[in-house]
Design a protein around this ligand. Sequence first.
Ligand SMILES: Nc1nc2c(c(=O)[nH]1)N[C@H]1C(S)=C(S)[C@@H](COP(=O)(O)O)O[C@H]1N2
Ligand SMILES: [Mo]
Length: 200
Amino acid sequence: MGIVSRGFRGRRRDVDPSRVPPGQHVVDDFPVLSAGPTPRTPLSAWTFTVDGAVEPSRTWTWEELQALPQETFTTDIHCVTRWSKLDTTWTGVSVDTLLEGVETTARYATAWCDGDYTTNLPLADLTGGRAWVAHTYDGRPLDPEHGGPARLLVPHLYLWKSAKWVRGLTLNEVDVPGFWEELGYHDRGDPWAEQRYWSD
Ligand SMILES: Nc1nc2c(c(=O)[nH]1)N[C@H]1C(S)=C(S)[C@@H](COP(=O)(O)O)O[C@H]1N2
Ligand SMILES: [Mo]
């Protein structure tokens, strides 16, 4: 028996409360949160680029990305609007793979996307096997609404850091606030520390 009462969660199975960050509740569905319309870039025009404080920049086509080592992993995701989803399974390319051999003095990155969305992260949060460019969810191509053809997935931070329709990472020496970070969301967004807003 968990310490969260059955009434609060209705009929869903018991979850281990130690897996749920403070102020979050577990959902079974997969809500869609997008600040704008869903872009539809054909795979033939899709590329992924690492640029900024890296010489030369590198770009992969869709086929080249698929040819890189792929990882399938199961993880929990946490949205700042207070839902968490446990045991989600994804396939994608580790950001470590994309940054292999890159020498840079940059300590930050901005993820950019089709559409105008950006989000900033310390490089340290994108490396060490904790961030992926994911194209498959639950064994199927990622739905456009959830960021297909590919999204960044950084599950140890609030989900606004997991840029949907991601097309590249720009490496920066200085920290440049992204879309939500400029509008008041926390610069880093650690759900376990409840880093929701600037004041947190
Ligand atoms: N490009 C882009 N990425 C985005 C967003 C967005 O509006 N545009 N919303 C962010 C926010 S606030 C959240 S909570 C998650 C939602 O992902 P989901 O729609 O797959 O649940 O995507 C994040 N990535
Ligand atoms: Mo969000």
